[in-house]
Design a protein around this ligand. Structure first.
Ligand code: ADP
Ligand code: MG
Length: 272
């Protein structure tokens, strides 16, 4: 996969829609009347275009809720959410990847990607070219005709990522996408997502509870307190991006120091 791939015609459609995210005094509650749960907030957070933000925190602190607010699946109870300056609506602002791949089992791998291209409004004649490029981007060349039940869980999640990339949304949201995968597959997918994000320049918000995953992926990490989550730590990660040897990076002293720092912050925030 060469970096020249990033400059495709399709991706230039994102010009002027930078995917920057802005959360202003955001609080979200579920339920109504006396039966409400405050899930998250108050949170103030700005994610500049092109940043890879990782949200880390204990289970139940409101990570998925924040992502759903940014995706436009929920409207905040209080405060404002803006993506590229506008109120987000489902399917409008972001590609979303969930913990489980949510593929259509009766369709082939290629058929699943095609469906995303149709939703994205891509001209039918250009589907083969887009499909091949998207599958190559997630390391699935030559799998178009496979059935989704014939491929591994890791490959299924790669298809889900290809689908999320199909619409050329400038923003990519991922909610613990690798949590159900084995360690080796998880590391390989982390490397792919890191590379794809660097190559495409997409603004990315990635949710995890793993300090290791956060430090490997993020250009910035935000640790949330236990629920209702608020920002406990906001840490820029200045590890090298672009053309790096993943194994070397993971083995580096800087990596270990950051991982320890984030792990400690997560533990402290969860106990507070
Ligand atoms: P996380 O993703 O960090 O585990 P969530 O955002 O899923 O956290 O949940 C935050 C809080 O909101 C939890 O207390 C959870 O039980 C509650 N919650 C999440 N979704 C709903 C819902 N649809 N209805 C009611 N409560 C919810
Ligand atoms: Mg969650």
């Amino acid at each position: 996969m060469s970096s020249s791939e990033t400059a495709t015609t399709a991706e230039s459609t994102t010009t002027g829609h930078d995917g920057a995210v802005r959360l202003e005094d955001v609080v979200h509650r579920y339920g109504r009347g006396g039966e409400t749960v405050t899930a998250v907030g108050p949170v103030d957070l700005t994610v500049p275009a092109g940043e890879f933000l990782v949200l880390v925190g204990a289970s139940g602190c409101g990570k998925s809720t924040l992502l759903r607010l940014i995706a436009g699946f929920e409207r905040p109870t209080h405060g404002a959410v803006r993506v590229t300056g506008a109120q987000p609506r489902p399917g409008g602002a972001a590609g979303v990847v969930f913990q489980t791949p949510r593929l259509f089992p009766w369709r082939t791998v290629g058929g699943n990607v095609d469906l995303a291209l149709r939703y994205a409004g891509v001209d039918h004649a250009r589907w083969p070219e887009h499909r091949a490029r998207l599958l190559a981007r997630v390391g699935l060349e030559g799998t178009e005709k496979r059935r989704t039940w014939e491929i591994s869980g890791g490959q299924q999640q790669r298809v889900a990522i290809a689908r999320a990339l199909a619409a050329e949304h400038p923003l990519l949201l991922l909610d613990e996408p690798f949590a159900a995968l084995d360690a080796l597959t998880r590391e390989r997918l982390q490397e792919d997502v890191r590379r794809v994000a660097t190559q495409t320049g997409r603004t990315t918000v990635f949710v995890t509870h793993s300090a290791e995953e956060a430090v490997f992926l993020g250009s910035r990490i935000v640790v949330l307190t236990k629920g209702p989550g608020t920002v406990a730590l906001d840490l820029p990660i200045d590890l090298p991006r672009g053309d790096v040897d993943a194994e070397e990076l993971r083995a580096s002293r800087e990596f270990a120091a950051l991982r320890a720092r984030v792990a400690h912050a997560v533990k402290t925030a969860a106990a507070a």
